[in-house]
Design a protein around this ligand. Structure first.
Ligand SMILES: [Zn+2]
Ligand SMILES: [Zn+2]
Length: 305
């Protein structure tokens, strides 16, 4: 029996998922998503398996679901006007090889540890019961996770560009100088583990410290982070891309330059780390850096004179 809800006394017998949903549907204090969530756990009747399957499927459905529109856009010439590196459309062979590699990594590397997630949640106090926490609490946590993950990603990714780390680990991800959606998770397993710590490890540490985190919040956070990573690799810059409205949002414009010029642009979601530490990528950033160095040199010269 699942512990997703505290009182099953008024529940009738369940043989299908719909039966389970109908039971939860009678609870007036739950919204639709909470009812589906509760019905899923109750129907599965094994919380450990239910969480493992939920996270595995969430990852597969939302990752590939988000990649699909980009793969279609790549095949429609109309959209080529918004492609950042317009001469470099990924070939079918490249996309197919990338897909095989990503799928292998999902099944061999990620499918195993995902089953330990539920016991871990129980140990550190990540709850999964309905009802969910307030939307305000979730919004704050998503914002904190985005900011912290970006910092983790910046420093880890910058480190991965050094000598041996690059040669043996990060080089794989840089195989595509002009990225495409699917390439977001095309990386060495060690890189997947290290950068994945930013996505999964930060909520874990957050819960250990604050004792306040729900599994649904983690689930949505992972989906948002998947969307961010896939979109950053899409290779398209539209007039309606998010960074035009949120100037500190990184997006494809920022990450495509990292793949193209290889140096600079190490953060994932935001631009502030690269901006303040002067590690932005591309010729425009290089020009700004040179101009800054020249003014500094002129100042020194004036002082010496
Ligand atoms: Zn890199
Ligand atoms: Zn990348």
């Amino acid at each position: 029996m699942s512990s997703v809800y505290h009182d099953y006394s008024n529940f009738s017998n369940v043989t299908t998922f719909i039966d389970s949903f109908n039971n939860f549907n009678q609870l007036p204090n739950l919204n639709f998503i909470e009812k589906v969530w509760g019905a899923y756990y109750y129907y599965m009747a094994n919380d450990l398996f239910a969480t493992g399957l939920l996270f595995f499927l969430t990852h597969e459905i939302f990752y590939f679901g988000r990649c699909l529109p980009w793969a279609i856009i790549d095949r429609v010439p109309y959209f080529n006007r918004w492609k950042i590196q317009d001469e470099k459309l990924p070939s079918n062979k490249e996309q197919w090889e990338c897909l095989k590699s990503v799928l292998t990594s999902h099944f061999l590397v990620e499918a195993f540890p995902i089953w330990f997630f539920h016991p871990l949640c129980q140990k550190i106090g990540i709850t999964f019961q309905v009802p969910f926490p307030s939307i305000k609490e979730m919004l704050i946590q998503w914002a904190v996770f985005f900011v912290l993950e970006d910092a983790w990603h910046y420093w880890l990714h910058r480190g991965l560009h050094y000598g041996v780390f690059y040669k043996y680990i990060h080089k794989q991800h840089h195989r595509y100088a002009a990225p495409f959606g699917l390439a977001a998770e095309y990386a060495h397993p060690v890189e997947v583990a290290l950068l994945g710590m930013g996505t999964v490890g930060i909520p874990i540490v957050w819960c250990i410290i604050t004792k306040q985190l729900h599994l649904f919040t983690v689930c949505v956070w992972i989906v948002l982070r998947l969307f961010q990573a896939v979109d950053a690799h899409s290779g398209y810059e539209f007039p309606w891309s998010l960074h035009h409205f949120l100037p500190f949002w990184a997006g494809a414009d920022h990450h495509d330059e990292h793949h193209h010029y290889f140096i600079g642009g190490y953060s994932s979601s935001f631009r502030w780390w690269d901006y303040f530490l002067d590690t932005e990528a591309g010729p425009k950033a290089k020009k700004n850096r040179e101009a800054k160095n020249n003014t500094q040199a002129e100042k020194v010269q004036k002082k010496n004179n």
